[in-house]
Design a protein around this ligand. Structure first.
Ligand SMILES: Nc1ncnc2c1ncn2[C@@H]1O[C@H](COP(=O)(O)OP(=O)(O)O)[C@@H](O)[C@H]1O
Ligand SMILES: Nc1ccn([C@@H]2O[C@H](COP(=O)(O)OP(=O)(O)O)[C@@H](O)[C@H]2O)c(=O)n1
Length: 306
């Protein structure tokens, strides 16, 4: 005969387990849009706010491009199969470091987690954002073999991130499902067509070019501030940093290639919510998305006043 305490404890355990199983529903947020429209910074902040995992799908295409540059594969006719083979055997890791401080002053009161991209264990976070990679990445990403290889990496990273977000959830967040936020070009249309929330983020071409220019200049300042004994401290020559006009041209060329390619072009999914953030603050765009997500999860919105 079980004591009353044991029975109560068992009932509580059963209720807790049932609740956890029910709350293990996965919630996927897809954020697509043109270059420098704010996808990755927004996705990272949204993921942090909701306690979800985050995947930057562009960084996987950038890793494939870095491999292509290192192996001198620039002809997607002949090199396609060997590059697809290289990327599918490589280990791509996207590590998110939660942030409590404001790393980007222009983003105001919201903290944006830092992301580290590892390619076979090597930190390539900076190397995948060089002008050389920017120039080649859309060509590499237009190849169907490469896209197929990247798709497997994306889905695996998403499954890992989702399960981490569910198991690391604190007790008071038990009413929230686990989830993942992924940003890119075809997340809502091809990778996760069943995503619970799809966002198409856009901004004017000039706003995007100026933001990217600011970002590059901030990076230049950070590099310049590094102590002299740091082997990575060497400041790149000024010529490496393009003007706003050059950045605008590069973004336009890349967007044109992404919109007009045959495989998984950049499109607005019919069920996506379009957000033009040209005149929005960063907090406004993040809270619009987290409130939409909360609503669809059956929870109270938190920031309807901002
Ligand atoms: N609403 C906004 N106002 C001002 N700057 C923004 C806003 N949203 C994003 N940014 C900044 O724009 C730059 C490009 O954003 P990012 O997230 O890298 O874009 P994407 O991932 O689409 O290329 C970043 O420096 C980011 O901090
Ligand atoms: N889901 C995705 C993500 C990126 N890409 C490709 O990868 C490139 C780099 O993506 P990114 O998201 O890092 O680019 P930014 O918007 O950050 O400049 C894009 O221009 C696309 O060519 C893609 O084809 N599909």
């Amino acid at each position: 005969m079980l004591s009353i305490h044991t029975r109560i404890a068992r009932r509580q355990l059963l209720r807790h387990t049932t609740h956890r199983l029910l709350s293990r529903r996965d919630f996927t947020i897809a954020i697509d849009g043109p270059a420098a429209s704010g996808k990755s910074s927004t996705a990272r902040a949204v993921a942090q706010e909701l306690g979800f995992g985050y995947i930057d799908s562009g960084s996987i295409y950038r890793c494939a491009t870095l491999l292509a540059l290192r192996q001198n594969i620039t002809d997607m006719g002949e090199g396609s199969a060997s590059l697809a083979d290289l990327i599918s055997h490589a280990k791509v890791d996207i590590k998110v470091r939660p942030s409590t401080s404001h790393q980007t002053p222009s983003l105001g009161r919201l903290a944006v987690p830092e992301v580290q991209v590892l390619l076979d264990g090597e930190d390539v976070s900076r190397e995948i954002r060089t002008p050389e990679v920017n120039r080649l990445v859309a060509k590499i990403a237009s190849d169907s073999g490469i896209r197929q290889a990247v798709l497997h990496i994306q889905r695996k990273l998403a499954a890992d991130a989702e399960s981490r977000s569910t198991t690391s959830r604190s007790a008071d967040a038990n009413d929230m499902p686990g989830g993942v936020v992924m940003d890119g070009r075809d997340i809502g249309t091809t990778i996760f067509p069943g995503a619970e929330l799809k966002i198409y983020l856009d901004a004017s071409a000039m706003a995007r070019a100026i933001r990217r220019w600011d970002e590059m200049n901030q990076m230049k300042d950070v590099t310049a501030q590094k102590p002299a004994h740091d082997p990575k401290a060497s400041v790149a020559p000024a010529a490496v940093y393009p003007s706003v006009e050059e950045i605008a041209r590069e973004l336009e060329t890349r967007d044109y290639a992404d919109i007009n390619r045959e495989n998984s072009p950049l499109r607005i999914a019919p069920d996506a919510v379009v957000i033009d953030n040209t005149n929005l603050t960063f907090a406004q765009q993040v809270y619009t998305i987290t409130d939409l997500a909360r609503e669809r999860m059956g929870l109270e919105p938190k920031h309807s006043d901002c």
